[in-house]
Design a protein around this ligand. Structure first.
Ligand code: NAD
Ligand code: UGA
Length: 455
């Protein structure tokens, strides 16, 4: 029986390993993490992350060919193939601080692999890493391993999106595998391909050299984020010209060269990866003297920051240039719907911006915990201006304005007549996700602002 060890039981490691276990009953999958609380949650009824369909997959495999453990060393020792899905955040200090990827977790995982390996192993980079990381990992492994033990490093970046992770893993657009040239590298690529062959059609599995695979992942996220900044930049222009962003998106989407996805204007993109990966790309370009290229990608983040601050300014300026002492209902805190993840959510910047103008916030999100919101807003001093409530009607009661910051489906179907009656007048709605029917709300009596609609 082939044994797999997945190091890192987070948003990528957990679902990815669970789907491999589901699709390959003949493979034993152990997911390990240094976080005891995360592992015990994976072993409990309440999984550490919310992801539609995940619970069913885990329940089907856990205790059969899928296990979660903190015994990292034992499972590294036993594995034939090791997937590394540890976090690779932006460096917060030292050389490259604020841009470069922090590979501390990766390096410590690699050192542990070197220490514990007594047989040849394939090491799979699942985390998103700077191009040429495999070279550094190879050095750590070969200089620290037991005599005669050989490693093959593969790059197999993950393209799942949160909220649709299980669907994305079961039916991926493509699987990318990069390996070393030469017979040993080729053999390793084929072994990993053999795992995906259990459920992914052959024509969707792409093999490349290591550096193309590593860089493709950074390019992928940069292109996606760039598209959002492009449509958001257009939304600003729509607001002052009489054009309407939904009509613009629709027209663009019908051009088969452009395609329909990722054209929703919003309050800005969030999530743990887009900004981090673009900064990482910028750092790599700068380190290689490609300043113009670095500046090009930096602009994607600048436009995103602009979009968030534009939204806050819109709220304040529309409400007679002050929100001081006014109750603002914040509907949605997660960085997108169908996840409880708040990493780099635009809601953090918007809430902080409104608090900066002394607003009183009443926040509701169907999946994000009170503790998480407290932590994200580092709320010690501002606590009296913020309440976190458990339904949208409570959040909007007596409010002067509503900000929709996550596109949760339930916000589309609220009884807005009831909401309106319980609000202060004039009642404002700022739709940061363009999910509401503006005409219907205007008829009820709301003053509605949406992204990219003429004022
Ligand atoms: P995460 O923070 O949710 O999970 C990482 C886990 O690794 C944590 O639980 C941490 O405790 C564990 N860990 C760190 N060092 C370890 C070690 N030495 N041994 C064992 N466990 C260790 O991160 P994530 O969102 O799953 O992202 C992981 C990687 O995947 C990142 O590089 C990210 O850029 C990439 N990625 C993320 C997504 C996503 O949707 N979140 C999608 C594609 C790629
Ligand atoms: C993104 C990519 O889509 C994945 O391919 C990639 O694997 C992943 O990052 C990663 O590397 O972490 P994710 O961040 O989970 O996935 O979610 P997305 O659906 O891409 O949304 C990211 C942000 O952009 C969200 O805040 C979302 O609301 C926003 N967005 C998305 C828009 O504002 N407009 C759009 O049209 C699409």
């Amino acid at each position: 029986m082939v044994k797999i060890c997945g190091i890192g039981a987070g948003y990528v490691g957990g679902p990815t390993m669970a789907v491999i276990a589901l699709k390959c009953p003949s493979i034993e999958v152990a997911v390990v993490d240094i976080s005891h609380s995360r592992i015990s949650a994976w072993n409990s009824e309440k999984l550490p992350i919310y992801e539609p369909g995940l619970e069913e997959v885990v329940k089907q495999c856990r205790g059969k060919n899928l296990l979660f453990s903190t015994d990292v060393e034992k499972h590294i020792f036993e594995a034939d193939i090791i997937f590394v899905s540890v976090n690779t955040p932006t460096k917060s200090s030292g050389l490259g601080a604020g841009k470069a990827a922090d590979l501390t977790y990766w390096e410590s995982a690699a050192r542990m692999v070197a220490d514990m390996s007594k047989s040849d192993k394939i090491i799979v980079e699942k985390s998103t890493v700077p191009v040429r990381t495999a070279e550094a990992i190879e050095k750590i492994l070969t200089h620290n391993s037991s005599k005669g033990v050989k490693f093959q490093i593969l790059s197999n970046p993950e393209f799942l999106s949160e909220g649709t992770a299980i669907q994305d893993l079961i039916n991926p657009d493509r699987v990318l595998i990069g390996g070393r040239e030469g017979p040993e590298g080729h053999e390793a690529v084929l072994k990993l391909k053999g795992i995906y062959d259990h459920w992914v059609p052959e024509d969707k599995i792409i093999t490349t050299n290591l550096w193309s695979a590593e860089l493709s992942k950074l390019a992928d996220n940069a292109f996606l984020a760039q598209r959002i900044s492009s449509i958001n930049a257009m939304s600003a222009l729509c607001e002052v010209t009489g054009a309407e962003i939904s009509q613009l998106s629709d027209a663009l989407s019908k051009n088969t060269k452009i395609g329909p996805k990722f054209l929703n204007a919003s309050v800005g993109f969030g999530g743990s990866c887009f900004q981090k990966d673009i900064l990482n790309l910028v750092y790599i370009c700068e380190s290689n003297g490609l300043i113009e290229v670095a500046n090009y990608w930096k602009q994607v983040i600048k436009v995103n920051d602009y979009q968030k601050s534009r939204f806050v300014n819109r709220v304040v300026s529309s409400m007679f240039n002050t929100v001081s002492g006014k109750k603002i209902a914040v509907l949605g805190f997660a960085f997108k719907k169908d996840t409880s993840d708040t990493r780099k959510t635009p809601a953090i910047d918007v809430c902080k911006g409104l608090l900066g103008d002394n607003a009183c916030l009443s926040i509701y999100d169907p999946r994000v915990s009170k503790d998480q919101i407290h932590k994200d807003l580092s709320m010690d001093s501002e606590v009296k201006h913020v309440s976190i409530v458990s339904d949208a009607y409570e959040a909007t009661k007596d409010a002067h304005g509503i900000c929709i910051l996550t596109e949760w489906d339930e916000f589309k179907t609220l009884d807005y007549q009831r909401v309106f009656e319980n609000m202060q007048k004039p009642a404002f709605v700022f739709d940061g996700r363009n999910i509401l029917n503006v005409d219907k709300l205007t008829k009820i009596g709301f003053i509605v602002y949406s992204i990219g609609r003429p004022l």
